[in-house]
Design a protein around this ligand. Sequence first.
Ligand code: PGA
Length: 255
Amino acid sequence: MRRLLIAGNWKMNCGPYDAAELLEGLIEKKSEIDENVDVLVCPPFVSIGMAVKYLYDTDIQVGAQNLHFEENGAYTGEISGSMLAESGCNYVIVGHSERRQYFGETDKTVNKRVHKALEHKLAPIVCVGESLEQRKSDKHFGLVKNQITAALHEVSEKDILDVVIAYEPIWAIGTGETASPEQAQEMHEHIRSVLTELYDEDSAEQINILYGGSMKPGNANELLGQKDVDGGLIGGASLDAESFSEIITIAEDLA
Ligand code: PGA
């Protein structure tokens, strides 16, 4: 009953011109997408308008990589949820490890952003995941549980169904190293059990849990084939129309 979601996180790549070129390539390769698969691209803020324009009559949706937790006001350099919704976004990535690591994002601000996203009907893609050190010292399950519990604080039983979780082990992001399908499945199962504890089994079964961390055409089939892996949050490989469309095709074959 869960549909696979293939999401591209472009990070700080592709201004409007490069975005147009990448999207043209993607549309050429994937003019139609299987109805059982959702596809999303998350460009930098300045390229969202271009993406919405290019993807207007396609099945590909547009999301953002962050949002501020206030509605508007004196927050120089920030972008609000209402601005993103007005610009045509349906999703927003929240609490990516790069934001936690370089921009002081905490579990508390992640939670505030989740609420703001939901308020504006943007589906938050909440990122969680451990460092190599945390995994080596066997803290990964506890850490991910804490991150999820904090991120979803006071999210209602109704709203939780619009939330997407992305498990992104930090040691696998942009490193070329990937969690093995077994490691991914094990953590995704754990995340679903945490969601069951926080909500109920029925809700937990409906929530999409994406894997992120060096997903590419060569490993997507095995990863997406795991029972609790419901899609991918893809960085590097989403910047190449060929690789990203190949991953979409793999998801379509599995759906
Ligand atoms: P990667 O990035 O696919 O380049 O590892 C994933 C992410 O950080 O979302």
